[in-house]
Ligand binder design. Structure first.
Ligand SMILES: [Mg+2]
Length: 393
């Protein structure tokens, strides 16, 4: 008789981020000296009748993960009594069942089910997927800009890029300032930073720019994109306030720029991503196992990109991303972030009991990070820490 899911344990908990706070609107994490920012994350443990446990700590949430957690609570009822190995079936049923929502909850559930499958078969997730590579070239992905003595000028970004080059990074991605609630469009500072980075390290590093949809107009996006062209940037990602989802707007940008576009972080479905890629509105495809229906969903987007002769770049740092990238030919860089010269990395979390880490110093001299090799996700979570920091919701 097939194994059955008997319990879905959900543990919300708090972590502190040193020297970090939010900008005026509260939507961007920025450097804030002598400030401790509390963030809450959550862990999920799926228990089975055979006594196995599939585990995952959701790490992509910003400050408050409430909406995703609410979906997972609703999904628990569906999962109880089901065969944990039928991931493709559960993915499909939950995609349908949660079609009125962003479906973020599926990501965490699916990753925990892959962890469980790996433990069942005694293989890491990338082995189950079919391993392509054992090390992952990484880029340093920065905090958003601040006005607090951190990343507060074009020179500060160029200095940090040089530090990252010295650490071994092969590539560097800037998240800039945006209007920060003032409504002032200081697009000149963004352009100056693109040039400062290109002039300082452009010959030695691949450079990317991700305004995270901060620019207020398409015209600003075009102007900054032209600076990226002059400095031969590797990609230009989610520039403006359409939220990264307008096919028409990005096709118009694509026609006018040489720098490849990278879109898709905010399209939370296989089909929307496939349409966006096929229409020529992006050059690189994007997927995140937490946002896009787990490892099952992210690998489907990777396969769409492969079939259309394009590359996929996985969003964010974490063990699930490492396994997806390890099993993908058509991909280039691991996003190690979010990092800052003086603040803690946002995914450098105290939840791992083993050597797993996503910190600025986690790369080796070749600029790569390793892929966990133990069964499942291949990480050992520190349940004592997580349970000590558990919070009520
Ligand atoms: Mg992004």
């Amino acid at each position: 008789m097939a194994n059955r899911i008997t319990d879905v344990e959900i543990i919300p908990f708090e972590v502190s981020l040193e020297n970090a706070g939010t900008d005026e609107n509260g939507f961007n994490i920025i450097y804030q000296p002598e400030t401790v920012m509390d963030r809450w994350l959550f862990a999920v443990r799926i228990h089975t009748a055979d006594g196995e446990v599939g585990e995952y700590v959701n790490i992509g949430g910003f400050g408050n993960n409430g909406p995703t957690l609410a979906q997972i609570r609703m999904m628990t009822e569906y999962l109880l009594g089901k065969d944990p190995l039928r991931r493709e079936r559960h993915w499909s049923e939950l995609q349908r069942g949660f079609r009125k929502y962003d479906r973020f909850g599926i990501g965490t559930i699916d990753i925990a089910l892959w962890d469980l499958a790996g433990k069942t078969y005694g293989a890491s997730i990338s082995e189950l997927l079919g391993s392509y590579r054992e090390t992952l070239p990484a880029y340093a992905s920065t905090y958003m800009g601040d006005e607090n003595g951190g990343l507060d000028s074009p020179e500060a970004y160029a200095d940090f890029a040089e530090d990252c080059l010295d650490l071994g990074f092969l590539a560097f991605k800037m998240h800039g300032w945006g209007p920060q609630g003032t409504g002032d469009r200081d697009i000149d500072r963004e352009i100056a930073t693109v040039h400062a980075l290109g002039d300082r390290v452009g010959d030695e590093m691949d450079l990317m720019l991700d305004p995270a949809c901060e620019y207020e107009t398409w015209a600003d996006a075009l102007q900054v994109g032209r600076a990226c062209d002059e400095q031969s940037f590797y990609w230009y990602e989610d520039p403006y306030r359409d939220g990264g989802v307008s096919q028409h707007g990005h096709k118009q940008l694509h026609e006018r720029l040489d720098t490849p576009l990278l879109q898709g972080e905010y399209l939370h479905s296989l089909e929307l991503n496939a349409d966006f890629i096929a229409s020529g509105a992006t050059d690189f495809a994007r997927a995140d196992p937490e946002y896009d229906g787990g490892i099952t969903g992210a690998m489907k987007i990777a396969n769409v990109a492969e079939g259309l002769g394009l590359d996929i770049e996985y969003h964010g740092a974490g063990p699930a991303q490492r396994h997806c990238m390890a099993a993908t030919r058509n991909t280039n860089y691991y996003e190690l972030g979010i990092v800052h010269p003086r603040a803690a990395g946002t995914r450098d979390l105290p939840v791992y009991q083993d050597s797993y880490q996503d910190a600025l110093t986690s790369i080796d001299s070749d600029g790569t990070v390793p892929v966990p090799t133990e069964p499942g996700l291949g990480v050992t979570y520190d349940w004592d820490y997580i349970k000590e920091h558990q919070i009520e919701t």
